[in-house]
Each structure stands twice: as C-alpha cells, then as structure tokens.
Design a protein around this ligand. Structure first.
Ligand code: PMT
Length: 407
C-alpha cells in the first residue's frame, strides 16, 4: 500500500461489547507498530470504554458523534474517511456487523465505513450462539463478499460464561494481522503451505509416553506469518496449549505415526512443506494395553525396547508432485555443520537450524535465533521473538520458492 511514507493512519471503530475494554491496549499495539490511530466509538461503546482513556493512549480526540460541531469543524467525517489508510473495527458486535452488511449509515462509524475507500477489518466479538446464528453467518458472508477482512473470532471461554466461537482476538494478534496485511507485500498469495508444529507423544501404556519440550510456538508463529503473507495454511500440530492462528486450518495429532499420515495425505496438494515439529525419533517397541505395574519388572532397572519412527520430512522428497521442503534442525553442538549434513541426507531444499543448548532460545522459549541454510547460501537471524523470526523466514522462503517456481 502506498502511504507516501507517512505512518499508517487507522480509524479504530469500537462498537458496544464487553471486549471494548481491550480497545486502549489495541491502540497501544498499533502505535508501537508505527500507526496513527483515531478512535471512533458507537454510542453503545461509550458504555464500555471511556473516550478519555482512549484519548490519553491515542493522543487523538476520539470521535463519538456525527453531530459534534467542534469535531466536524476540525476534520469533517468525509475528510476523516479519506484520511484513513484502514478502518479496523474491534470489537465488532453482531449488531454492528448487521448494520455494516446492510449498508446502513445511522451513526458516525457506519457512515465512515460507507464513505471510505480504505480496506475495512472487523474483529467480531459476541456470545457463541449469536455468532452461530444464521443471520450473523449471513451477514458475515455478505461482509466478506464486500471485501471486508474478518479477523477471528477465537474459540474459548466467554465473558457470559459460555464456551465456543465468539471471543475477540487478542489486541496484539489484531495489530499484527492488520499491519502485516497493510505493510508487507503478500509474498505467498495463493500458495498452499503445510506446516507441522509441537512435539509428538509415543505411548508405552495408557498413561506413559516419550515426548520432548516443544511448545509449538515456533511452528504456530510460522503458520500465522505464512497466512499473513497470503498463503492457504494447514497446520498439523502435536499436543500443545496454543490457540489456532486466525485463518489457519488445524489438524491435531498425537503420535509420530499420526503426524506422518496427516502430512503424507496432504503433501502432494501443498506447494511448500515446513517441518517445525519435534517428532520423536523412537517409539516404544510394544504398546501395553493396561498400565504397567512396577511388580511386572524383575529388577530395579527398567528396560524398554524402542523402534525407530519413520522420518516424515525425509519421505516427502519422494512425493509426486514434490513440494518445496524446509526442515528444521535442533542441534546442541556443531550446529551449522550438522544441519548442512542433515539438509543433504534428508534431501531438503532448505533447513533452519537452532542451537537448542541455549536455554533462552529453541525449545519452549519466547525467542529464537536461527540460520537458514539452502543450496545458494545461508542467512543468520539473531535472537528475536519467534513471531519475528517466523516473519523473516516466510519472506526468505517465499523468495526461494518463487525462484524455484520460475526456474
Ligand atoms: O516448539 P517450540 O517450543 O517453539 O520450539 C521450536 C523447536 C526447537 C522445536 C524448532 O525450532 C525446531 O528446532 N524443530 C525441529 C526439532 C527436531 O526434531 O529437530 P531434528 O533435528 O531432530 O529433526 C530434523 C527435522 O526432521 C525436523 O524438521 C523434524 O521435524 C524432522 N523429523 C524428525 C524426526 C522424524 N521422525 N520425522 C521428521 O520429519
């Protein structure tokens, strides 16, 4: 988007739902991403969040009324609609979505939405039954057909005590999604990306398993960044405690065998496969249907026979048509050398190596530091949030993929 190098100008629409209390946090997340924000509240939103608090965070006078002479004299609503690079409505209630879908202009916010040519984003927030209601779903289709980008909602516990879809995405996720869409080129538009994340569990009996410390963060961050870059993303995840990034299809698995089946079944329909998961190399040779008793072991030394799991990423090289394949390498010594060898052995187009002996990066940490190794060179990315690493990797991998597709 051409913004003549000025900061991104965002009209933040706030409608009257309980999630409106998160609006000041959203303003802050947008500001730190170098945006300028003018909050616009519906009359009901004022019951949930104070314009004074928003003014203090945004440094701009919030607008609440089409008939505010002073505000109109400073910047009329049509001027405001032209000023915006984007309109972001968070929370968007069922009522707001219905009015927007019907093309109504019965308050300042809906009038601005009709008068602007800027892209419009809505982050729905409502009770799960209201979200699932046929009327809301009809409005959702209408809005999407009109070119509105819908962010979320997430699944989970709601303010009303119910569980289900309808939670507004977290302010940070909304800010990331909006900025990513407005500021970065859609380098993976239309590309189908398959990602694995998290650990696998290899059960010995109904209660005991072999696993590892993977939290899934790096793989989930990659899936989210690929989606923001325009890809159609399928995320095959081992057992983790993370919510699914908005817009990403998720398939849950437990064991390496299940992960392999999920990946093999989808690989030929994928353009890029990225194997971030920490797949267990071995599983117990035998699964015991009943919980093993201590007394079944003859001595104080417990011996367990293991069987090797099939190498999922290595087997993708034989898939026809073969996707562009990126593996990860978790190393504790000679990281670069071992990763280069791993890339050759597993016939990968690229490999991303992290030194997992450093407790501040790699497994179960917020940050990571990696080197991307491919046939034409190596790119080192210093320590930063996994989310930022993911964005950089997506852009590097998109370039490599495009070069392969052209060649
Ligand atoms: O989940 P987080 O807490 O965010 O941590 C991120 C991470 C450390 C798990 C991630 O950055 C990472 O390094 N992932 C790869 C972990 C791993 O299993 O590395 P490896 O060197 O053992 O395996 C090499 C590659 O083979 C990996 O792409 C792995 O997915 C794949 N593999 C391994 C075994 C197997 N049976 N099948 C596989 O496909």
């Amino acid at each position: 988007m051409d913004t003549d190098n000025h900061a991104l100008r965002i009209l933040l629409g706030i409608s009257g739902g309980i999630a409106a209390y998160k609006a000041p946090a959203l303003v802050r997340h947008l500001l730190v991403r170098n945006a300028e924000v003018v909050p616009v509240l519906t009359p009901n939103a004022v019951r949930f969040v104070s314009p004074t608090a928003l003014q203090a965070v945004a440094g701009q006078r919030p607008r609440t009324d089409l008939w505010d002479d002073d505000a109109e004299a400073a910047m009329g609503h049509i001027e405001l609609a032209r000023w915006a690079d984007a309109v972001v409505i968070a929370p968007a209630t069922a009522n707001l979505m219905a009015r927007l879908a019907a093309g109504m202009a019965d308050d300042l916010l809906t009038t601005l939405c009709l008068a602007t040519t800027a892209p419009i984003f809505v982050a729905p927030a409502m009770n799960a039954r209201m979200w699932e209601h046929a009327a809301t779903q009809r409005n959702l289709h209408r809005l999407r057909a009109d070119g509105v980008t819908v962010l979320g909602p997430a699944d989970g516990e709601q303010a009303c005590g119910e569980f289900g879809p309808g939670r507004m995405l977290e302010p940070e996720e909304i800010a990331d999604a909006v900025i990513a869409r407005l500021a970065t080129p859609r380098s993976l538009a239309g590309v189908r990306v398959l990602v694995t994340a998290g650990p696998t569990r290899e059960f010995l009996d109904p209660v005991r398993f072999i696993s590892n410390r993977s939290s899934g963060r790096q793989g989930f961050a990659f899936a989210q960044a690929a989606h923001h870059a325009g890809a159609e993303v399928t995320l095959v995840s081992g057992p983790v405690h993370l919510s699914t990034p908005a817009g990403v299809d998720r398939v849950d698995v437990v064991s390496a065998q299940q992960m392999k089946d999920a990946v093999i079944g989808r690989a030929a329909e994928s353009d890029i496969f990225v194997s971030v998961a920490a797949v267990a190399d071995y599983r117990p040779h035998q699964f015991h249907e009943q919980k093993l008793k201590k007394s079944q072991q003859p001595s104080d030394e417990f011996r367990m026979a293991l069987k090797e799991n099939e190498d999922i990423v290595g087997s993708i090289a034989d898939v026809v048509p073969r996707p562009f394949v990126v593996g990860f390498a978790a190393e504790t010594e000679n990281a670069l050398d071992y990763a280069r060898q791993k890339r050759e052995r597993k016939r990968l187009d690229a490999i991303v190596v992290n030194d997992v002996s450093d407790p501040e990066i790699g497994f179960d940490s917020v940050d990571n530091a990696v080197t991307l190794i491919h046939a034409g060179g190596e790119v080192a990315l210093g320590k930063m949030a996994k989310r930022a690493i993911a964005q950089r990797l997506v852009s590097e991998i998109a370039t490599l993929y495009a070069a392969r597709a052209d060649g």
